[in-house]
Design a protein around this ligand. Structure first.
Ligand code: NAD
Length: 369
């Protein structure tokens, strides 16, 4: 492969190889127009270097868009560690990663992603300040699924308004896939608003817990749906909070909902599925706009912990989503195209401002010090 062709839209790619600790990792920095790059660290037994590089490049680009959409002063980056999280983790491996991150001199901040936990980064933080999402006892901001769930509910409010002008989300019915950290909290908030729920979840304990919670709240309209039947439920809004790739040719055929708003990452199997939804008249809330609450919280850690500020920033998901919907309607494009344009415009505006003030800019990378 021609490596420079592969990484042509990225600013920097760092290959980390430490035979002493067994660390094999790739740090991809996509774009730092808005500020230092940020993006979690994924650990996965990739079959090849190319597979790991592809993932790092794809995910870091996604982070640039997600940061721009959430109006954060951060760019996009991502780390992938090639290894099995069940077997290959050691404190030394994460300290070694911390040293590589530190060598970037504040150009990149990282934290947890699939296959890594906040505790892993307690080791990395011994080597660098550029870590976010630490456990609360180490100065981190705690459970990021709380703002993520709030963001999803703001997304549902914006969507409800566009669907029928109603701000009341409690009058609608919802098909929720996944009652994990985010899905459960979204379900709770919807029950509190008086909504009717259809839920599918592979863990029966989560279903029992929601039914118990429904009784406490005084809203027991919870219908359990098994497996893939969730796609065919006749509800107003589908709320995917489990898997990616679930909006595809097969599931779109079955969907009866008027809108899709959920936290799951990479919901569309391919971008063209955004157009298929548009043709079918289903309003799609782009996942990376709606699920940014957790990112907003970890990015905000750098200004010192403040839950109220995080909630205020998360609320902006409501107005951003309304703007994205409006542009999509006016330009007759899919909402995912509209969201991408929204982010590219923010990046372009900042690029112009950066170059205008380039002679007397304050140091860009020393966010925390
Ligand atoms: P989680 O692992 O706590 O919850 C996922 C739930 O989905 C689990 O309870 C699991 O049993 C269930 N599930 C798995 N397969 C299922 C299936 N086929 N049908 C029904 N249920 C199924 O994860 P989470 O933190 O709640 O995140 C949910 C989604 O939101 C993920 O895609 C995640 O990447 C995304 N997300 C989460 C955050 C966050 O702050 N936690 C932020 C952004 C995006």
């Amino acid at each position: 492969m021609d490596i420079f062709t592969e990484i042509k839209s990225h600013e920097q790619v760092v290959i980390c190889n430490d035979p002493n600790t067994g660390l094999k990792a790739i740090i991809a920095i996509h774009n730092t127009t808005l500020g230092p790059a940020t993006g979690g660290c994924r650990m996965y037994p990739y079959k090849s270097f190319d597979a790991a590089l592809n993932d790092a490049l794809r995910l870091s680009k996604g982070m640039t868009y997600k940061c721009a959409a959430a109006d954060l002063d951060f760019g996009g980056g991502k780390t992938v560690i090639i290894g099995d999280p069940a077997k290959d983790k050691t404190p030394e491996l994460f300290r070694s990663l911390g040293q590589y991150i530190n060598s970037l001199n504040g150009r990149y901040y990282t934290g947890t992603d699939m296959g890594t936990t906040p505790e892993d980064f307690v080791h990395a933080m011994k080597e660098t300040n550029c870590i976010v999402g630490l456990p609360e006892e180490y100065g981190g901001s705690g459970d990021s699924s709380i703002p993520t769930a709030h963001g999803v509910v703001y997304g549902i409010k914006a969507t409800s308004e566009v669907l029928d002008g109603s701000k009341s989300i409690g009058e609608k019915s919802y098909a929720i896939q996944g009652l994990g950290k985010v899905g459960f909290k979204v379900a709770e908030q919807l029950l509190e608003e008086g909504a009717s729920l259809f839920v599918s979840e592979i863990n029966p304990h989560a279903i029992d817990a929601l039914i118990k919670r429904g009784k406490e709240i005084g809203n027991e309209f919870i219908k359990v749906v098994s497996g893939n039947d969730i796609y065919g439920v006749d509800a107003d809004v589908f709320v995917p909070c489990a898997l990616g790739g679930i909006i595809n040719d097969e599931t779109i055929e079955r969907l009866k909902v008027k809108a899709i708003v959920g936290s799951a990452n990479n919901q569309l199997l391919e971008d063209y599925h955004g157009d298929v939804l548009l043709k079918k008249g289903i309003l799609y809330a782009p996942d990376y706009i709606v699920n940014a609450g957790g990112l907003i919280q970890v990015a905000d850690e750098l200004y010192g912990p403040n839950k109220q500020r995080v909630m205020k920033k998360t609320k902006a998901i409501y107005t951003s989503l309304l703007e994205i919907y409006r542009t999509a309607e006016n330009m007759h494009i899919s909402t995912i195209q509209s969201a991408n344009q929204f982010c590219e415009q923010r990046l372009e505006m900042r690029k112009q401002r950066n170059s205008f003030f380039s002679h007397h800019r304050r140091p860009k990378w020393d966010v925390r010090h």
